[in-house]
Write a protein that binds this ligand. Sequence first.
Ligand SMILES: Nc1ncnc2c1ncn2[C@@H]1O[C@H](COP(=O)(O)OP(=O)(O)OP(=O)(O)O)[C@@H](O)[C@H]1O
Ligand SMILES: [Mg+2]
Length: 245
Amino acid sequence: MSDRCPTGIPGLDEILGGGFPRARSILLAGSCGTGKTTLAIQFLVSGIVNYNEPGVLVTLEQDSDEIRRDMLKYGWDLKKLEEEKKLILIDTSLSKIGIKEYVTSLPVAPEKSFSLLPGEFDFERITDLVVASARKINAKRVVVDSLPALDVLSKNETSIRRVLLQMNYEFKVNGLNSILITEVPEEDGVSKHGVEEYVSDGVIIVKTNEALDTRTIKIRKMRITKHTLKPIALEITQQGIQVKK
Ligand SMILES: Nc1ncnc2c1ncn2[C@@H]1O[C@H](COP(=O)(O)OP(=O)(O)OP(=O)(O)O)[C@@H](O)[C@H]1O
Ligand SMILES: [Mg+2]
């Protein structure tokens, strides 16, 4: 296996020297509607389709059925990939209370996508389930969308730092390349708590410029990688995300 993990996102691997460094964690930051979910899921889908690297998607906020529907618009059939045991969705969105049947007790992770009860929403459990699910399908990639939803679990920055360090550590020792998504206010800052960028191996920032009707992507940090610090134009089309030269 090469020491890079190709994202498969057109234009991005070129500016990353072939992809993300292997078994490292990347923080993907941006304000609302900047394309974070699209980019991260494209990374998972491309991993499966182009590189035979299965993936796990943890949705902390958005309902998994809604994500499946949204991603079909880009031509990405998550359901099919799930049926082929190449993708597992772990839905911990708290919004489904009382609406759906839950898998209430999970001694071990099942081979297929599942939802967690609100009462089961604890940080170590999520990390353990991701790792167990990844083992089931031999996943190499994981996406967590998005970290601020974990705030209900950790009340201060020290514990958020500890939580992220532990999550990153577990993912790494299990050979997983991760994208952790975070939300930042327009313009300023890289992360919500100001600690996420330090515990990640790479930081990518996506932005929109409403006045110019343009989007950019910036590699703010990428350990063991030579890269430009300039923002680069990004486009979202029906095929997903494309980074312009
Ligand atoms: N088919 C498409 N063609 C062009 N642009 C699209 C298309 N589908 C979605 N978009 C753009 O992508 C944006 C949503 O992308 P995405 O959901 O990945 O962003 P996000 O950063 O995850 O948003 P949020 O902060 O709400 O989670 C939309 O606001 C829209 O501008
Ligand atoms: Mg999103």
